[in-house]
Design a binder for this molecule. Structure first.
Ligand SMILES: NCc1[nH]cc(CCC(=O)O)c1CC(=O)O
Length: 306
């Protein structure tokens, strides 16, 4: 009998796709195991009528899965890295991060109108303060409105609630096979992604040697280093509430390049900087860039938002 590993996943179509994807990578590399998917609802899946920034809860999309891990009801959980708080519960770790998919945001608009061509005052839907601030910074005339729910719901709402456009993550849209709905992939200069966007993380019990060994087979070291740098920056900047922060690291010619931004909610002030350094120094790079942003006025923005 092959040993069965229990995989915790959220229940949305995207989450299930992600978990099946991780399982298929694991199966290729670990034929001696079988995998059972265990769907679990999180608070973030249930509270659909409240703006994400108003719930302000850490672990909104992860806590129920973490409890299942701690109570030994599952062996690992699959998450979007961007949904995972920077501090994990005692006893749990992110033991692998898979190779990053497209980390950009995308515009989906009525009649495929490009961002620059959206009419003045157009109604644009997003539930992320980071997207709101960056869009308003470039187009203060647009009317940004909250749009909550999983990706399927948001696409439906675009029609039923008469949005001119919505902005969501490329990775999510592409995983669901909706390539043809994408109007435009937004350059980093217009929308710097969320920390960890496009990468999947596997959370495990820190002392579960057998599972750790299995999970390690799908770790992608470059993505792991980049996301580590981004999360280190976020951890250094945040202090308990949702703030418009974007960050993105990449590796080129053996060096890490990280870019980050902090903006005011109305998008009028936007501080943005970057840094290059050694891959082994990922954590320090994140902290150093956070300090650079703070020195340029990020502290004031963060205080005002809190
Ligand atoms: N906050 C929800 C969420 N969490 C992860 C993704 C996209 C997939 C990814 O970043 O890996 C999304 C959808 C979105 O932001 O539009």
């Amino acid at each position: 009998m092959k040993k069965c590993i229990r995989v915790g996943s959220r229940k949305s179509q995207l989450a299930l796709w992600q978990s099946e994807f991780v399982i298929s990578l694991l199966k290729e590399r670990n034929p001696e195991y079988t995998f059972e998917l265990i769907p679990i609802s999180t608070k973030g899946d249930k509270l659909l009528d409240v703006a994400l920034s108003k719930i302000g809860d850490k672990g909104l999309f992860t806590k129920e899965l973490e409890n299942a891990l701690l109570e030994n009801r599952i062996d690992f959980a699959v998450h979007s890295m961007k949904d995972i708080p920077t501090v994990l519960p005692e006893g749990l770790i992110i033991s692998a991060i898979t190779e990053r998919h497209d980390s950009r945001d995308v515009l989906i608009s009525k009649n495929m109108v490009l961002f620059d061509d959206l009419p003045k005052g157009a109604k644009v839907g997003t539930s992320s303060l980071r997207r709101r601030s960056q869009i308003l910074n470039k187009r203060p005339d647009l009317s940004i409105e909250d749009i909550r729910g999983n990706l399927n719901t948001r696409l439906k709402k675009m029609e039923t609630e008469n949005f001119d456009a919505i902005v969501i993550a490329a990775a999510g849209v592409e995983r669901l096979g909706w390539h043809d709905k994408i109007t435009q992939k937004l350059d980093f200069s217009l929308s710097l992604p969320a920390v960890g966007q496009g990468a999947l993380g596997i959370e495990t019990r820190e002392n579960d040697e057998e599972i750790l060994k299995v999970i390690d087979t799908i770790n992608h070291p470059e993505t792991n280093s980049c996301v580590t740098a981004e999360r280190s920056l976020l951890r250094y900047l945040e202090g308990g509430c949702q703030i418009p922060i974007g960050a993105h690291a990449l590796i080129k010619d053996g060096k890490m390049f990280i870019e980050a931004m902090v903006a005011s909610l109305d998008g009028k002030i936007l501080i943005r900087d970057n840094l290059e350094g050694n891959i082994e120094d990922a954590k320090e790079l994140g902290i150093t860039l956070a300090e650079k942003l703070k020195a340029q006025g990020a502290v004031k923005i963060l205080e005002e938002i809190r």
